[in-house]
Design a protein. Structure first.
Length: 217
């Protein structure tokens, strides 16, 4: 057998083998079944959207600052005036005055943390609204909150102004309502051990803002 004859036979075998492989590949390709699954994440509401709003509200107030039925945002840093019975008749050693602040987690799905701070309102010399440092140092605060779905009752007593800063309260479940109670008293010199006499606080005062902070949990 000549070398040319041998080469021709080898090429034919190679072509036959390649054709067999190509036929198998074609068979596999044409015989495959296909299917798909299309999943709309979050269903009709999608991800996020209007139902995922997080919001904290406090009780609505009337023109005098008294709490009435309903809710409000109170999210402007200017603040909402709140009536505090006895605020102008507080004297050193007198009975404490207080207020119950309605609060709710106005969120359909989010639980919420809650904390309270006290801040000074900027002095307004023209309006005579100036916080006296000695008067402020003589104030003491109690903060309480009843048990919620997510935590036991909270009680903080005999705190200074500076100590009521990001003070942790109970978490709130979605759409849960509660109250935060704030009690205020003015210590006498005998109770506080202050260097100033009680009479030096006469005609003085403090202009404060209670700030409730929440975040989704």
């Amino acid at each position: 057998m000549t070398s040319q004859t041998h080469d021709r036979k080898r090429r034919r075998k190679g072509l036959v083998a390649w054709g067999a492989l190509a036929g198998v590949a074609a068979l596999i390709t044409t015989a495959a079944f296909t299917d798909n699954a299309f999943l709309n994440l979050g269903g009709a509401n999608g991800i996020g959207g209007a139902d995922s709003t997080y919001n904290i509200q406090v009780g609505a107030t009337d023109a005098e600052g008294r709490f009435v039925e309903g809710w409000q945002e109170a999210d402007d840093p200017i603040g909402v005036p709140v009536f505090l019975e006895g605020a102008q008749s507080l004297f050193p050693g007198s009975e404490a005055i207080g207020i119950d602040i309605p609060v709710r987690n106005d969120s359909a799905h989010f639980t919420s943390s809650l904390a309270i701070s006290l801040a000074q309102i900027a002095d307004d010399l023209e309006a005579g609204k100036v916080t006296d440092a000695n008067y402020l140092a003589s104030l003491r605060f109690d903060v309480t909150m009843p048990a919620t779905q997510l935590g036991a009752a909270v009680t903080h007593t005999d705190l200074t102004f500076d100590q009521v800063s990001a003070l942790a309260l109970n978490d709130l479940a979605a759409e849960e309502e509660t109250t935060v109670s704030l009690s205020i008293r003015l210590l006498s010199q005998a109770d506080s051990g202050a260097a100033w006499e009680d009479n030096t606080l006469s005609g003085k005062g403090a202009f404060l803002q209670a700030v409730l902070d929440g975040s989704s949990v």
